[in-house]
Ligand binder design. Sequence first.
Ligand code: NAP
Length: 287
Amino acid sequence: MQLIDGKELAKNLRAEIASGVAALKAEKGVTPALAVILVGGNPASVSYVTGKEKACAEVGIASREIRLAESTTEKELLDIVKSLNDDPAIHGILVQLPLPKHISEKAVINAIAPEKDVDGFTPVNVGRMMIGEKCFLPCTPHGIIKLIEFAGMDIAGKHAVVIGRSNIVGKPVAALLARKETNATVTMCHTGTPDIAAFTKTADIVVVAAGRPGTLTGDMLKPGAVVIDVGVNRIPDASRPKGFRLVGDADFESCASVASAITPVPGGVGPMTITMLLWNTLEAARG
Ligand code: NAP
């Protein structure tokens, strides 16, 4: 059984991104820059934003942090996004989600200029992805494809089952797997699927993005399947300094005993999500 090391793949890709950033600076005098907007002080969001800024610094991408009070109005936030759209020194705009309840996430995402939408969340980028036009691919799904390839699997002709149909993971990863250049046959499962195991038992690849620990167990897998565990769940654990530990959506022990390869949590999909954000920011700066 192979542990698919997202940290190692992320490290390799980040080295490639760092040389791309250095070349762009040397050849065109352009430093890729990412604006990161954080509204309020949600601890998980603060830690995600800090991680993204640190990763930017490590590859030579400039980040501009815009921290706003929880009480910021939708109009104020939209004005900031619009001014960043018009700022030639900024190549990528990231709005950390979730936003406070009084702000429409849809309105804010829609306001980001598609050419600066390095998360790949705007309807324009999603539409371009669906019809196979050049676009920013959403970071987590793009990272998942890279992880499956890194595991040594030729995706073409394989049966992939995706558990989850969210707009940020399930739907786009299913769309990417089914693209002609990837060429998998894809089944998407969700809470309306009566017998998920009936599908996963025939799957060569299972991507589980449900946000529920234990959604995938070893007895649901075909021997030799590749498992990509996207879930990040906090489980109370008094033995840990923070009082919790992170687990994925797959029951690691039982899945690892049947799968040929599996991503760990943490250290699998997570490092790839940030890496693909850096990738998109470099692409945005290249123009
Ligand atoms: P989400 O918006 O809550 O969507 C979860 C999806 O899973 C929904 O489509 C839901 O079905 C389905 N689902 C839930 N329980 C299920 C079950 N028992 N059986 C079958 N389907 C089930 O979550 P998300 O944003 O896609 O995120 C999923 C997980 O990935 C979360 O743990 C999140 O923290 C993690 N995540 C990690 C990264 C990373 O970089 N590592 C990035 C993004 C997300 P319905 O549509 O029927 O409700």
